[in-house]
Design a protein around this ligand. Structure first.
Ligand code: NAD
Length: 497
């Protein structure tokens, strides 16, 4: 089938490459000339495991081409996917400018009967607006399909090739049969294509992301309770996740959800609900809890330094909003870095693939390290933000040696508390009881169990224990490097919190 994919970002590129891989003739079109030039040279503008090989193979075999000439891509296609960005508008609602601009071009340049697929995440009713805009110009019959995308960045190729399900909102037999043919190779193992009306398909995408975001904010709040009462969120998670009605996925507490989808889709859904005068109270709370959670790592650090952060140097491991991607859109690391810079801290960061993106966003506001251990030299403490594989089993003795104060704040609960206590490392993770570090000479038996640290004092409404004085935070803006000062000497013992 001859397919045009308009927009070659994270989604459009994966969709186009995977459709070419299954034998279709695909043209990926984008207004970003630099991006297209790179793609024509088989250079990926994003980091996505496995995608480079597919792009290269299919370009070589002439099933995949890239162009900035959007009208010509449309003119040659039987199926046109709209996969352009739908960023949040100032009020959080979904900005449809790009989608509707492409709809206009489709209406003007189609040369035969086509199926138009909205792949971008769009509020209910958008596909109907696309219909209207295309219809103003169209000289041929056209059919609409809403086909929300559920891929996860970092596992996008696998998710597209082996989806849990394909959701297709169609309202004509032609669209149904064309889309069934296109997706047949991806559902051969028996995963379903779920057909529905267009509005239900549009809403399904928001409902899915809203549910996932809810689980994350729920667990972050459970983790905060665990910290207060001395319970362990790991055990609570296992205890509830084994219930079939709940299931184990998406129950890990952390520094808050980020990325290009959850934050913007939750906000867009809230806006839709507000415009309908049907407020979504649960989702409002999920959003607010997440906004607070993004400051949690900074608060834990400030507490550990008893509010005395000014002049310190902090190493940050992980900048991307999750592992296996270089995407930093709405990444929790950005909020942490902004808080740190606002408190007069100098920051040195490492990420296996997101450094280029980080430099683009943060410029010289922070220092960058090309190896995770280089980031530690001269740093007062380490904060782990993203759970990249290479951070999972590091050389703790080397970390301890490099840091001025052997303190790790772990936003992803990657490490064994007993092991770190045994090594004399102060270790603070989210939702798990803390163990006081033992002197290195401690017996192995003692080292294995560590000593429990007394339960933290009751938190105030900001979630900070009363034992910690937290310096003021700045509202998000483009971060600036703090004035250079002589770092003060860090206290050598952890506070009771
Ligand atoms: P992106 O920003 O990475 O890519 C969008 C691309 O569209 C850019 O390359 C941009 O240059 C191009 N573009 C914008 N206007 C255009 C126009 N008029 N003509 C041609 N190209 C144009 O965005 P993305 O992450 O790929 O997301 C695309 C859509 O898919 C969004 O609606 C998003 O919510 C949705 N989505 C994203 C993901 C994800 O994980 N990234 C997952 C599911 C759904």
């Amino acid at each position: 089938m001859r397919v045009a994919v308009i927009g070659t970002g994270y989604v459009g590129l994966v969709v186009g490459a995977c459709l070419a891989e299954t034998g279709n003739d695909v043209v990926g079109a984008d207004v970003d000339a630099a991006k297209i030039a790179k793609l024509q040279e088989n250079e990926l503008p994003i980091y996505e495991p496995g995608l480079g090989e597919i792009v290269e193979r299919n370009q070589q075999q002439e099933r995949l081409a890239f162009t900035t000439d959007v009208p010509s891509a449309i003119a040659g296609a039987e199926v046109v996917f709209i996969a352009v960005g739908t960023p949040p508008d100032e009020d959080g609602s979904c900005d449809l400018t790009h989608v509707l601009a492409v709809a206009e071009l489709i209406g003007m340049h189609m040369t035969r009967e086509i199926v138009i697929v909205t792949k971008s995440t769009v509020p209910v009713g958008t596909t109907a607006r696309v219909w209207e805009v295309v219809g103003r110009h169209a000289k041929y019959t056209f059919h609409l399909c809403s086909n929300p995308e559920f891929l996860k960045e970092g596992a996008a190729v696998n998710d597209f090739m082996r989806p849990d399900r394909v959701v297709l909102g169609v309202e004509s037999d032609h669209a149904r049969s064309v889309m069934t043919e296109l997706y047949a190779p991806f559902v051969r193992v028996g995963k379903p294509i779920i057909f529905m009306d267009i509005r239900s398909a549009e809403l399904t995408k928001y409902a899915a992301n809203a549910m996932l975001a809810t689980r994350i904010s729920f667990m972050n709040e459970m983790a905060a309770i665990c910290e207060q009462v001395g319970a362990n969120v790991d055990l609570v998670r296992k205890g509830i996740g084994s219930d079939q009605r709940i299931g184990p996925a998406f129950l890990f507490p952390g520094p808050g959800y980020g990325g290009s989808c959850f934050p913007k889709d939750v906000k867009a859904l809230l806006c839709t609900a507000e415009s309908l005068q049907r407020p979504l109270r649960v989702m409002q709370a999920v959003h607010e809890a997440n906004e607070r959670q993004k400051h949690r790592l900074f608060e834990l650090l400030a507490e550990a330094f008893q509010g005395d952060l000014e002049g310190k140097r902090i190493a940050v491991w992980g900048l991307a909003f999750k592992p296996q991607t270089d995407d930093m859109r709405d990444a929790p690391a950005l909020v942490l870095i902004n808080d740190l810079l606002g408190a007069g801290v100098s920051v040195v960061a490492h990420d296996p693939v997101a450094l280029r993106e980080a430099k683009h966003r943060l410029g010289d506001a922070i220092d960058y390290a090309t190896s995770s251990y280089d980031a530690l030299t001269g740093a007062d403490a380490l904060v782990v933000v993203t759970d990249w594989n290479e951070y999972r089993n590091p050389d703790f003795r080397r970390i301890k040696q490099a840091l001025k104060r052997p303190l790790i704040i772990d936003g992803r609960s990657l490490y064994e508390r007993q092991k770190l206590a045994g090594l004399g490392i102060e270790y603070i993770s989210i939702g798990r009881p803390r163990l006081a570090p033992l002197p290195e000479a401690a017996t192995p038996a003692l080292a294995e169990f560590g000593r429990p640290v007394p339960i933290v004092a009751a938190a105030d409404s900001s979630g900070v224990g009363q034992t910690g004085r937290v310096p003021p935070r700045r509202e998000p803006e483009r971060p600036r490097r703090p004035q250079k000062r002589q770092p003060s000497v860090a206290p050598s013992t952890i506070s009771a919190a």
